[in-house]
Design a protein around this ligand. Structure first.
Ligand SMILES: *[C@@H]1O[C@H](CO)[C@@H](O)[C@H](O)[C@H]1NC(C)=O
Ligand SMILES: *[C@@H]1O[C@H](CO)[C@@H](O)[C@H](O)[C@H]1NC(C)=O
Ligand SMILES: *[C@@H]1O[C@H](CO)[C@@H](O)[C@H](O)[C@H]1NC(C)=O
Ligand SMILES: *[C@@H]1O[C@H](CO)[C@@H](O)[C@H](O)[C@H]1NC(C)=O
Ligand SMILES: *[C@@H]1O[C@H](CO)[C@@H](O)[C@H](O)[C@H]1NC(C)=O
Ligand SMILES: *[C@@H]1O[C@H](CO)[C@@H](O)[C@H](O)[C@H]1NC(C)=O
Ligand SMILES: *[C@@H]1O[C@H](CO)[C@@H](O)[C@H](O)[C@H]1NC(C)=O
Ligand SMILES: *[C@@H]1O[C@H](CO)[C@@H](O)[C@H](O)[C@H]1NC(C)=O
Ligand SMILES: *[C@@H]1O[C@H](CO)[C@@H](O)[C@H](O)[C@H]1NC(C)=O
Ligand SMILES: *[C@@H]1O[C@H](CO)[C@@H](O)[C@H](O)[C@H]1NC(C)=O
Ligand SMILES: *[C@@H]1O[C@H](CO)[C@@H](O)[C@H](O)[C@H]1NC(C)=O
Ligand SMILES: *[C@@H]1O[C@H](CO)[C@@H](O)[C@H](O)[C@H]1NC(C)=O
Ligand SMILES: [Zn+2]
Length: 492
């Protein structure tokens, strides 16, 4: 054998060991499940949200009698500022929460409306014209996409809201069975009970309503335009303010049609309908399904939704409700989670890029740990064998696999997805016993390493199948039976 051949053989052996090691559930559960991902994620066909789309002229015209109003009369400074912030928040890759806090505090320190207006105008430099037109672009895109997809039309999708209520109830139960103070439990219960969920492209997906909203936007834009002098109209700032003014009116119109949600929430929701997104904004949760899933594999699409909702519901605690917990509990939970995430990141065969770790985003990993634990308790109640527990865990993970991106890619304001997910699985208290993982395996956590996000000990019994559970085929069989009972399908 010559030297090169030996080297090649060694490298083949090393590589196959690595590949095989990564398909070991005790080494990398994400890879173990996701190597079998056969989903074909729904591809939407729509014009870019970042096109400088011309605003159509409605049939009404607004003649001007020769008197003009000043630019600062188009929109009150508070609303101008609010819409600046909302529009800017879509630019997630470049800004974080601190930027919004700082800008907000600087704004409220201004003494009078004219100072406030000047400050708002200054901040508007930070967004380009296209971004100020993004609501119009997204209405256009939503109409186009809804006409292409044959989705079931509804105000609220009954089945999906049933699932979100089920998860909400279980989150409330988690809170009540925790060691939080009664006062904190009450506050969280009330907040969760009052929270609302909006499913992108599946709730309020009435095309006519969106066409009407688009016409409201166009009409308001041209009405406001007719009030400005040609000198003002020559400036870029005037164009931005006009568009934000049209957003203000159009989202208010939409909020009347879709009661219970703030206009800013609806703005972000309809803009997010084209993206692979989910978020919590004050007391409302947005969840995209269509753009994240393969609608030909409804069980995996629903599994993804279950994971996403559980994550967003946990954000009521971390970070929104952190002040309701005692500082020693949150401090210990954060430290534990950070250690876990670092351990998983540093030991991955695919190393994330330098500087990937940030303490500031620990609440995202906590939401994953808490969300998965809650769902696995729900799974336990519907499972009659350990095989069914494993099936449910694998189904949950299969719905989450990322496609078309290198593993451990940097995500804005989160740790790399695969690391955070593997951390949550490692922190699922029954994981190692189900898969036979042992001390020293990457996915094996010792009992002392289990994080305690709400204080209180981890109780293994909560996760175990009960001997008297009737065999209904496991958690996702139950979920799909429920879907059938609601006559639910992703096709109209
Ligand atoms: C992995 O292990 C299996 C059997 O355990 C073996 O057949 C295979 O060649 C190994 N390598 C790869 C890359 O699958
Ligand atoms: C992945 O597919 C292989 C081959 O069909 C199968 O042996 C294995 O059990 C699957 N893994 C999981 C986690 O489903
Ligand atoms: C506007 O007018 C054109 C022709 O004048 C007509 O085709 C169109 O339907 C009208 N649009 C609306 C929204 O009324
Ligand atoms: C001109 O139009 C403005 C706005 O519509 C109105 O407030 C104003 O009274 C009008 N002025 C005259 C002279 O008609
Ligand atoms: C607003 O406050 C600034 C600075 O305090 C002052 O110079 C300006 O005259 C005030 N403007 C009005 C309209 O009160
Ligand atoms: C406007 O800003 C957005 C967000 O930063 C960016 O994606 C887009 O390319 C910009 N458009 C232009 C024309 O510069
Ligand atoms: C959630 O809890 C409420 C109040 O206890 C109950 O009325 C509702 O049926 C529950 N929903 C689900 C889906 O479990
Ligand atoms: C908290 O509320 C429960 C009933 O919900 C009650 O049994 C318990 O005594 C209360 N604990 C404290 C410390 O008030
Ligand atoms: C929860 O909210 C519903 C309305 O959505 C209300 O009827 C119910 O009383 C609330 N329950 C609690 C415990 O606050
Ligand atoms: C959709 O909206 C239009 C216009 O507002 C309304 O007339 C129609 O009844 C709505 N359709 C459904 C199914 O709610
Ligand atoms: C946290 O502090 C409280 C008192 O402030 C104490 O009762 C509790 O046991 C502490 N919890 C932990 C996990 O140390
Ligand atoms: C459940 O059944 C298994 C074997 O069938 C038994 O080993 C175990 O003790 C039982 N657990 C409980 C809680 O009854
Ligand atoms: Zn999150």
């Amino acid at each position: 054998m010559n030297f090169l051949l030996i080297l090649t053989l060694i490298s083949i052996i090393v590589r196959s060991r690595q590949e095989n090691a990564s398909m070991d559930p005790c080494n990398d559960f994400y890879d173990y499940v996701c190597t079998n991902d056969t989903r074909s994620i729904t591809k939407l066909n729509f014009a870019s949200l970042f096109d400088d789309r011309e605003i159509l002229k409605p049939n009404i015209s607004f003649p001007n009698n020769g008197t003009y109003i000043a630019l600062d009369q188009i929109l009150e400074p508070d609303r101008l500022m609010k819409w600046y912030m909302t529009v800017k928040s879509l630019d997630t890759a470049t800004v974080d929460l601190e930027y919004f806090f700082e800008t907000h505090y600087e704004y409220i320190s201004k003494k009078n409306d004219s100072e406030k207006f000047s400050f708002a105008v200054e901040t508007l430099e930070n967004v380009n014209l296209t971004l100020t037109n993004i609501f119009y672009n997204s209405l256009y895109a939503n109409i186009k996409v809804l006409n292409q997809l044959n989705l079931p039309a509804a105000e609220e999708n009954k089945f999906l809201h049933h699932i979100s209520n089920l998860l909400k109830n279980n989150t409330i139960e988690e809170i009540w069975s925790s060691s939080l103070s009664n006062k904190s439990k009450k506050v969280l219960d009330e907040e969760l009970n009052n929270s609302k969920v909006f499913f992108g492209l599946l709730d309020y997906n009435n095309v006519t309503m969106l066409e009407e909203t688009k016409l409201v936007y166009e009409t308001e834009y041209y009405r406001l335009k007719s009030l400005l002098s040609s000198d003002d109209l020559d400036t870029e700032i005037a164009e931005k303010i006009l568009r934000l003014g049209a957003i203000d009116t159009a989202t208010k119109y939409l909020a009347k049609r879709i009661p219970g949600y703030e206009p800013e929430f609806l703005f972000s929701a309809f803009a997010s309908n084209m993206e692979n997104e989910a978020f919590k904004h004050n007391s409302a949760i947005y969840a995209g399904i269509v753009t994240r899933s393969d609608l030909q594999q409804p069980m995996l699409a629903i599994a993804d939704t279950v994971s996403v909702l559980a994550h967003e519901l946990m954000h009521f605690v971390y970070p929104s409700g952190t002040e309701l917990l005692t500082p020693n509990v949150t401090k210990a939970a954060k430290k534990c989670t950070q250690d876990e995430v670092k351990r998983m990141g540093d030991s991955d065969v695919v190393k994330p890029i330098d500087g990937w770790f940030s303490k500031k985003v620990t609440h995202e990993d906590l939401a994953n740990i808490m969300g998965l634990r809650m769902v696995m308790k729900m799974v336990a109640r519907k499972s009659a064998s350990e095989e069914q527990l494993k099936n449910a865990l694998e189904t949950l993970l299969s719905g989450l696999c990322i496609q078309g991106k290198p593993k451990n890619s940097i995500l804005p304001h989160h740790h790399p997805f695969e690391i955070s997910i593997n951390t949550a699985v490692r922190q699922y208290p029954l994981f190692s016993s189900l898969y036979g993982c042992r001390l020293g395996d990457r996915m094996f956590a010792e009992a002392e390493q289990f994080c305690k996000p709400l204080g209180g000990e981890v109780n293994l019994e909560d996760y175990k199948i009960k001997n008297d559970t009737e065999d209904i085929g496991g958690f996702f069989t139950y979920i799909m039976d429920t879907a059938n009972a609601f006559n639910f399908s992703f096709r109209n």
